[in-house]
Design a protein around this ligand. Sequence first.
Ligand code: ADP
Ligand code: MG
Length: 659
Amino acid sequence: MSKQTHSFQAEVAQLLHLVTHSLYSNQEIFLRELISNASDACDKLRFEALGDGTLYGDQPELRVRLTFDKDARTVTVTDSGIGMSETEATENLGTIAKSGTKAFMAQLTGDQKADAQLIGQFGVGFYSGFVVADKITVESRRAGVPPEQGVRWISGGAGDFEVESITRTERGTSVTLHLREDAAEFADGWRLRELVSKYSDHISLPIQMEGEKWEEGKEKGEPGQMVKTGEWETINQASALWTRQKKDITDEQYADFYKQIAHDWEAPLAWSHNKVEGAAEYTQLLYVPSHAPVDIWDREKKAGVKLYVRRVFIMDDAEQILPRYLRFVKGVVDSADLPLNVSRELLQESRDVKTIRDGNTRRVLTLLEQLAKEEKESVTATADKRDDTAKADDAVAIKDTAANKPKEPKYATFWREFGAVFKEGLGEDLANRKHITKLLRYASTTSDAVDVSLMDYKARMKPAQKAIYYLTADTLATAKSSPQLEIFKKKGIEVLLMADRIDEWSLSYLNEFDGTPLQSVAKGAVDLGDLQDEAEKKAAEGAAESVKPLLEKLKAALKDDVEDVRVTTRLVDSPACLVVKDGGMSQQLKRMLQQAGQKVPDTKPVLEINPEHALVKKLDGSVHFDDLAHILLDQAVLAEGGLPDDPAAYVRRVNALLV
Ligand code: ADP
Ligand code: MG
């Protein structure tokens, strides 16, 4: 038997350091993680055994056993699952395969409290054992291999671990934690039972502990003590939560189950639990988390919904059962129809799976619609309450307002955390576009919060208004101060402001809402149609006529940089702005694509000028005409958050004028 020492992968060493230093106030989650691994291992065996029944050998039972030794200060978690070979132990317990690890590491702040929160969201898994142990021994044997091919893995959680082969009669894995002195409390029957009921009650296999009973001291005066009875007792409910009746499950149990499957510390925002009968028969339990995971932008990330078939776990990254844009949803789907040996290929073609996917999508959308409705009601309710308190006497009013300080409505939380991902649905899920558009929320010129729905907008439209106006920009701040908004502000017309990277793209799928077209205020000539009165139109035409010669001169001076120069009525305080032709690519999208290193079509913007502006009036006849023309253009670029093509030239020109 040869012992081999290996070093941990660099990321593991880093993670271990972090885990042990920031999780001390949440030590107890180690048990949840180890039991979760034991349960996964049993699920894996059950799945592999579908194809090869001999894997069970003479031990058909799948279970987890917890033992402890107070004197030796150890806790051991033993499972009869799939087990690990020597190579698997070396790889699985020495490297991190998770895709989000890098993103996760990058988000760490060094602030222990914040980091602990993040680690909790990420799910530290096996390594959380080192929060309570200064040494971990793992012994394992893979199902279906002879006893001599067992493995022992030992580590102190610092830089390296040891592996050696052993003989192990039982299949499966046992993980022994050698507890630190300050974690001695966990080598205790009561404490372990309490933790199992707190974190692992919903695990669908039996978790067992040896029974204990109180024994009085034999001699008079000798203290009594707990002794083990030698009988195994199942200490969890061991029934899959989703198979129980809704009425028998408390909110707390729903939340605990979520925390278990999502490795999250925070309770979920909302959930939906249904038994569906019809074209396909299945149970769904779907959760919307209350915060986005660190790797939400990783579109390759594993889907969060686990697929079961008649309570047998099949896979936990079944992307076929929910569309990508709902990848933040966590939960369980248990099908009664699919074959147990369902493969990924089969999943792709199965009509049942398609039915389940459609059903899940609709459920999530309905759940979100409910949250949105509650939000509206809660806003009205709070407003009512304020009215009431205003009538009451002062002292009471002050107390009441403090106590009733409204919590953020759930839908607002949802939108803040997942709105940008959800918008992908506009392009991805054409069948549900109607539902999706109703759930969209934007900032606007009349609301600072990102809470304006297209329906709200329509309800506030001016009678003569024919379009839903919007503006996209790199940031909300840039959008808000954009010159393109000036005429809209002056006329009191609301404009939606969009600053998510995805907006430009998703808007190409959203040409109209409920019969009203969406119109960018930065595209095409401004046409306020009936919103402008006759006098205004006349004045604009007159102004256009009088500056014609100036336009020609500007066109000549800027011919390399702009497609056209024209007069506009959209500006009130600014001298000029840039717009793109109708249907053209917006300047903002162009910048985004350029930053991403992509080729963009070589189109030039249109420069629009405000004939009423002092600078424009001075332009004609100025000896600095050429410089002023370029400055006008560069400033228009700056105002929309871009950079002049030649910043140095811009500075030179401005300085020349200043001097
Ligand atoms: P995760 O469970 O998210 O994969 P962990 O850190 O909890 O991450 O575990 C790492 C890996 O170690 C697992 O994916 C699995 O391959 C292996 N492993 C851990 N515990 C066991 C066990 N009890 N039986 C078999 N394999 C295990
Ligand atoms: Mg795990």
